[in-house]
Ligand binder design. Sequence first.
Ligand SMILES: [Zn+2]
Length: 295
Amino acid sequence: MWLSTILLIGFSFCIWVFTVLSLQKQLRFATLLFDLLPYYPILELSAALCFTIGLYLWLPLSYVALVGSIGWAVTLLLMYHFIKWGKGYSLDQYRFFLRTIKDERYDTLLFNDHIDGDFKKNKVNVLLRHDVDISLFRARRMYEIEKEQGIRSTYFFRMHAEKYSHEEAIPLIRQLHVDGFGIGMHYDMLSFTKGDKEKAIALFREDLVRLREIATTHIVCPHGHRKYKNREIWSELDRESLQVWSAYDMKYDFYISDAGGGRIIDSQGRHILGRVDEAKLGQVVQVLIHPDWWF
Ligand SMILES: [Zn+2]
């Protein structure tokens, strides 16, 4: 009896702590193992149920009602926050955005093809970029949706990601390349070498060669790290001989980004991707989407 109570209540606490961390500390990647993102509400409900049963096995009914209601309040609060956050990151929202930029007013371009800044004057030029930080699975899903909608974008891959190896990424990079999508390097060498600039610069060159063995690329962008600023090596690279350009050095008038995975629907209910409407003909909009948050 005691063991069941401890297990049930312990399980509930684990789920609640996991959800709070996921929502607050951007640890949604913890869900990568089982892709739990779509099932958070179900998890929350199971936590509340287990909590109530655990209490029932332990306390008199009047206490079960009192303490149990606290558990249910916590669950409902977490569900409310999750659903509110999750609405912004639905793949249907993303499909809607892709349909918008399919309109003849827009032209979706690849970074590698427009390094020279040659953009159309009679279109809104959209540079669609994906930084693949964590999940190859979600990157692949985003690519499949874009392929289904007939939109091509540029995927920036890390060479030293915590959650995937370069070798694991190769099949997806190949497939994207064959389908005419753009490939870039999401450079993370300084965080990988723990701040050793000299090593990071040497590694940048080696990694670029490794990536170019699979796909042609001249475009890179830095991966954000809490401690080490990967972009710090940019000014010290011999970019001329490496033939690389940064996505941030390219001309753009608008920048739309989901970086950080925060709320992307404003208080008036407007999604940030809707801002693409504000661009005028001839302007360039750079859109950064991290596939990791979208489900
Ligand atoms: Zn990144």
